[in-house]
Design a protein around this ligand. Sequence first.
Ligand code: SF4
Length: 69
Amino acid sequence: MPHGKRAGERCVQLLPDMRCAIFDRPERPAVCANLRPLADICGLNRIEALSLLAAMEVATAPYAVVVLD
Ligand code: SF4
């Protein structure tokens, strides 16, 4: 995504089964490759992770409206 990814925008590399299409490839962004899972961010499961992510999106959004998939 040469112009970046806005909050709530789906990554073009995200496959329908929620895997990364470029996971093992060098063109995977450094921010993704360097991200390490933490309980404070990921929770115990996908539902908790999405809830925590939504809270962070709201807390850091430049606008009052946040669009999530
Ligand atoms: S790991 Fe990065 S490049 Fe891959 S789908 Fe997620 S956001 Fe996109």
